[in-house]
Design a protein around this ligand. Structure first.
Ligand code: SF4
Length: 357
């Protein structure tokens, strides 16, 4: 294994260098990763949930829709992320992941709050067809609540089955960061490692979702606390930090280029500009309930909307999520006239899950 592998950097899209070059030449490309909300339903009701209002409709994507979508993208888009809501709480979760594999996705990642991962049929589906599951850790901020300890137990049971049955599934856990909770990182992270995670991922907690201009919560001291944690934990623990997301560098892009490299499909069947703006009307690119021909990615309406979103009018830019980060990266290549093979450095060996961008 390459010793400094990362889960995220904006340059991760160069793992598919031919797609970056094709895009820079103005050609049509398939994304590297598709993120799909299987359902808006959730087993939790977090007070800071970004989708609190939009989730009320309770949409779920059914198998015929997924079949159509996966058939178009499976052989051309290597990475798939299944999210929600809580992806594991729908009955057809096992069918959905098995269909995804059958249709050709090379890496399948699931984001879960723990949900129904204690059920054998959900575990079987994960062990058989999924590359990684990332547990979002909740309810540890003030004191460790039952939800947190139950999630640790779910991780422990799943890891036991991985070891016993020789599955390739890997388990991650994520901690949302903000200034007020830095003192908890070490204890919470250590408990997750003790329970059996393969890697731990820190990422910024965002606020002000209701304003439609969300921003990161105060992250003062966060990176220092993570560095301190890294210093004292046993060597070799895989702790991931998307440093660029914490940087104060202003992002700049003339178009939301990133939406060509990662696409977001909501549980309402609509393709949105990114995970951070799903269910927002102004960020809807194309309604796939109305149009899912093989060429939907290049539907003129979709392209026009992406072209009209830029760093001055994209109000979700303050969260520093993936589409604006990738857009900023691509814009720099465009501004530097980088469009030849040698202009772009590509280091797939530096990344975990090269197709999950
Ligand atoms: S687990 Fe996620 S989707 Fe569910 S309520 Fe909490 S923040 Fe919202």
């Amino acid at each position: 294994m390459y010793k400094e592998q990362n889960v995220f950097a904006s340059s991760k899209i160069t793992n598919e260098k031919h797609k970056v070059l094709a895009y820079l030449r103005g050609e049509e490309i398939f994304p590297i990763t598709m993120e799909v909300d299987l359902t808006q339903k959730c087993t939790r009701a977090c007070p800071g949930c970004p989708y609190q209002v939009s989730r009320r409709a309770g949409h779920t994507l059914e198998i015929p829709f997924l079949d159509r979508l996966f058939s178009i993208l499976g052989n051309n888009t290597p990475g798939l992320i299944l999210s929600g809501g809580e992806a594991t709480c729908i009955n057809h979760f096992p069918e959905a992941v098995s269909l995804a594999k059958e249709k050709g996705f090379k890496e399948i990642a699931v984001i879960s709050n723990g949900g129904m991962t204690h059920l054998p049929r959900i575990q079987n589906a994960l062990l058989e067809n999924v590359t990684s599951i990332r547990f979002s850790l909740y309810d540890w901020q003030d004191r460790e609540e039952k939800y947190f300890t139950d999630t640790l137990e779910k991780i422990r049971n799943l890891r036991n089955r991985i070891e016993k049955e020789g599955s390739k599934l890997e388990i991650g856990a994520s901690i949302l960061t903000r200034k007020e909770v830095t003192h908890k990182f070490h204890t919470v992270g250590k408990k997750a490692f003790d329970a059996g995670i393969h890697w731990l991922y820190f990422h910024p907690y965002c606020v002000d979702w209701e304003t439609k201009s969300p921003i990161q919560a105060d992250q003062t001291g966060v990176l220092e606390a993570i560095e301190e944690m890294k210093r004292v934990v046993p060597a070799g623990l895989n702790i991931q930090v998307p440093y660029e997301r914490y940087s104060t560098e202003k992002l700049h892009f003339d178009k939301l280029h990133g939406s060509h490299f990662i696409i977001q499909v909501g549980a309402d069947g609509i393709n949105y500009a990114g995970p951070e703006c799903k269910y927002e009307e102004e960020a809807a690119l194309l309604d796939l309930n109305e149009y899912t021909d093989d060429d939907f990615l290049w539907h003129p309406e979709r392209i026009e909307k992406i072209n009209n979103l830029n760093s001055d009018n994209y109000t979700f830019i303050g969260t520093k999520h993936r589409p604006p980060m990738f857009s900023n990266y691509i814009q720099k290549l465009i501004d530097n006239n980088a469009n030849q093979e040698n202009d772009i450095q590509s280091h797939p060996e530096e990344f975990f899950y090269p197709y999950i961008v």
